[in-house]
Design a protein around this ligand. Sequence first.
Ligand code: XMP
Length: 507
Amino acid sequence: MSELILVLDFGGQYKELIARSVRSHSVYSEIWPGRTSAEKIRELNPVGIILTGGPHSVYLPDSLKCDPEIFRLGIPILGICYGMQLMCHMLGGTVQPCEKSEYGRVKARLDTGSPLFNDIPERSTVLMSHTDRVSRLPDGFLTTAETASCPNAACENPALKLYGVQFHPEVEHTDNGRRIIGNFLFDICSAKGDYHLDDYIDTQLREIRRRVGEQKVLLALSGGVDSSVCAALLSKAIPGQLTCVFVDHGFMRYKEADDIERVFSAMDLNFIRVNAQDRFLARLKGVTSPEQKRKIIGEEFVRVFEEEAGKLGNIPFLAQGTIYPDVVESGGKHGATIKSHHNVGGLPENLAFAELIEPLSRLFKDEVRVLGRKLGLTASITERQPFPGPGLAVRVMGEVTREKLEVVRMADYIMCQEIEKLKRKPQQYFAVHTGVRSVGVKGDDRTYDTVIALRAVDTSDFMTCEYTPLPHRVLSRIASRITREIPSVSRVVYDITSKPPATVEWE
Ligand code: XMP
């Protein structure tokens, strides 16, 4: 069992970044609710605690508080932003609204005598985002950083092993932020750094074998990173006992379904590809509303999956590629119920599975990718871009037809080929069939044909994103290839909208 850093959540948007940053130092971390009792924490026996930021004001009666006893456990604590304010407020300091809120990167002077700022330049740029500040520290605390408008930008009570930073060391915009977290882990919590993904694999292999014994497991394989890595792990744990059902709805990218079949047919598992393309297209005939399309695809997926599961007879275990952010976002600590936000539609709750296996439910996406590579999956699978469950059906505006799918699939393929030559690739990029026709001229002929849109975005979490300013020469090459190689495309446009106000997908 690895040493644990407990991240207590007070609603801050960066809680997952904090937990990931800790793990990047080979120290295991988990996110727990801010109100977790001191008794429970003692039982979990963490080597350190981090209090996250949050949107509230600590001095308001309804704001989220922690158990005051946690400050007396003798476990080192680092409070970040709201976390620092909470610690100071609960220990007798004063928190007040700032005269002027501080947002963005600001210059700070750090006390390099503090173990938290060991080996960090005294003058550093940090990311601030706060409307309240600690105006008076609790007894026994001293200031360890200041900015022009925040005299207590960091504080500590070394005797009680309590530390606070008003700024956000977990984000890239803070100079040496990763190092500050490392100082907390190693110099203050004396962590050993004993968390390694190889151990995770070994533990999961043992655990899966113990739970499953000689019985059978069914996995709905979408071909996305999570379910693929889950399949690879299970096929290693219980070779021969796993069946993977891959429903090909016909909305995959160029050759993608065949790739999935090739990779997984070669593994020690029973791979079933269900060619349901015609069924899905038939159900979408005449449907133009985006929500309606998604709903129909979700329902049809469940129907096909149920039919296949029925043919296989009684399989007691259902495996899912649920990952840690799914668990954290659904509010539970460990996923106990079938994920409602399944890749495609949501598996029905009444499927007759006695137990659920979610071997990735403690891992972040980047860890899942590393695990996949350790299990022998190729980068074409582990580095796959996010892809919506309803696939190309939501990248064809209006009614989905076989012809439109062919066009968008080829345009997407050409775009991917060109982008893959670049050193720095956007996080997600794809082509959209706009459903709009426009006048063009090819050779001596006037055309009236399809407009394809290109989309490329950069983001850290897909909740918001910026469009990627792809170089013009790359865009020109993609546009000329698409109009040359796909006769029915007359025009190519580039989507330069960020999210918000747009979403990543067009539907
Ligand atoms: P939006 O369009 O909501 O997309 O800005 C944000 C991210 O989510 C992906 N996406 C989906 N992923 N099932 C998924 O697994 C879906 O139904 C779905 N819809 C959108 C999208 O590609 C982007 O990465």
